[in-house]
Design a binder for this molecule. Structure first.
Ligand code: DGY
Length: 434
């Protein structure tokens, strides 16, 4: 391991809490779903047993219908809002009886995480037996999505909350907030006691976030009712690309295990349908990449974000389309004064390079894009994403997100949000191995 990888390893060791890893101290004191997946990849390089425990702990919180929640509240820590008492997962009849959680999910990364861990594992046979012990739970989770989150039977699943997207306060959601008028909730934010408020979502944005949860709670987190009543109902290209990539990995892993022909067939059917609909519905010729579809208001939301390029990670576009996407990426995000890849279009008036998902560079999206660019043999640009990722971490530390403007990095103060952030460390370890 290089010196930087050793530092990354220390971040992961310090953020370990008996059976799972927190994303970072104070700001995020519980277990987050997609964080856990990325973290398990990093852990696999130096302690694969811990990586297995990380995933087992998350899967222990799976609901009786296959759903896996976005946060599992393992402790009563009150340094985070909204906590278990607000989310009330117990309202859903099939929620876990042993684990308190939210009633929403996050991008389905576990399939491709398991495949990646298999590639890292020194003892493949032993690791394959581990996969056998958990893979059906991940399959069950995909079945949940296709059976409950795809009301038009298109092969594309919806998210009903911006926190499900993982890109929490993206400017894309501003269009949805314009269709809502939530009450002014009274609550005590905790995030802004840990981190500068200019780097976090606004109070009014939180009113919208809480209001959608109140609507879902009123319907006891029933998917059919949420699909009918949630003002936020989006087919998100990042979320669906993660699901499609995970389908592909599950197919590969079931083939390694042997048998399981019915499941492989089902996964292949989902894949064909999902990729066709994805290409027909989510590609936006006007912007030269994929965008989000607003299922509530039946229209594409015509914005470029780092999510717009994520389908290259899941082999969704053909080569021509991939060429077009990379051209768009370089033109809009790849100016020589910008690090790749800003989370939102740097040429757009809603761009803010300091504020969470409204512009900063995120390491997990860079990791997704780096691997996607390699899939299509855009080796030079992949290399640029990798060296930009290493540079911003070397200059600033293992922050949660980073200013995309190069000039801001001269003083080493361009890392924002939480510090010693687990997935920044975990995915850097992996990138440096490649
Ligand atoms: C937060 O609280 O900002 C989290 O990202 C929600 O998942």
């Amino acid at each position: 391991m290089t010196a930087l990888q050793e530092k990354a390893k220390d971040v992961l060791i310090n953020n370990w809490r008996e059976k799972f890893t927190i994303p970072c101290a104070n700001l995020y004191p519980f277990q987050w779903k997609w964080d856990s997946g990325f973290i398990a990849i990093g852990l696999s390089y130096f302690d694969i047993e811990k990586a297995k425990i990380e995933l087992n702990t998350l899967l222990d919180a799976q609901w009786g219908n296959g759903f896996i929640p976005h946060i599992v509240f393992h402790t009563d820590n009150d340094s985070y809002f909204p906590g278990a008492k607000f989310h009330r997962s117990d309202l859903h009849p099939l929620a876990s009886k042993t684990h308190k959680s939210t009633g929403m999910t996050q991008p389905p990364v576990l399939g491709f995480v398991l495949e990646k861990m298999y590639q890292i594992a020194a003892n493949k046979n032993e690791f394959l037996s581990y996969i056998e012990s958990v893979i059906d739970k991940v399959y069950f989770n995909h079945e949940y999505f296709y059976n409950n989150r795809d009301p038009k039977n298109e092969g594309l699943v919806y998210i009903y909350h911006n926190w499900e997207s993982g890109t929490d306060n993206s400017p894309i959601w501003d269009d949805i907030w314009e269709t809502m008028n939530p009450p002014e909730y009274e609550f005590e934010r905790r995030d802004t006691t840990h981190v500068d408020a200019s780097e976090r979502p606004s109070k009014r944005e939180y009113d919208h976030y809480l209001h959608i949860i109140e609507i879902a709670k009123k319907h006891n987190y029933d998917d059919v009712k949420i699909a009918k009543h949630s003002p936020f109902l989006i087919q998100d290209p990042l979320f669906n690309a993660m699901l499609i990539k995970s389908n592909e990995s599950l197919i590969n892993l079931y083939k390694l295990i042997g048998n399981n022909l019915a499941k492989i067939q089902q996964l292949e059917n989902w894949q064909v349908k999902a990729k066709n609909s994805f290409n027909a519905k989510l590609f936006d010729e006007n912007i030269g990449a994929y965008s989000h579809y607003d299922l509530r208001n039946e229209k594409l939301l015509p914005y470029l974000s780092s999510s717009s390029f994520s389908p290259i990670f899941a082999n969704i576009p053909d080569q021509n389309r991939a060429n077009q996407m990379v051209e768009t990426m370089l033109q809009k995000f790849g100016n020589e004064n910008q690090y790749l890849c800003a989370s939102f279009d740097p040429t757009h008036q809603r761009f803010n390079p300091k504020k969470y998902w409204r512009g900063p560079v995120w390491i997990n999206l860079n990791w997704i894009l780096y691997n996607g660019l390699k899939n299509y043999e855009f080796d030079a640009i992949a290399q640029r994403v990798k060296s930009d990722t290493i540079a911003i971490i070397e200059k600033n530390g293992f922050y949660e997100y980073f200013d995309s403007r190069k000039e801001k990095h001269e003083t080493g103060a361009a890392g924002y949000g939480g510090n010693d952030f687990s997935w920044s460390a975990a995915l850097l370890i992996d990138m440096l191995e490649n």
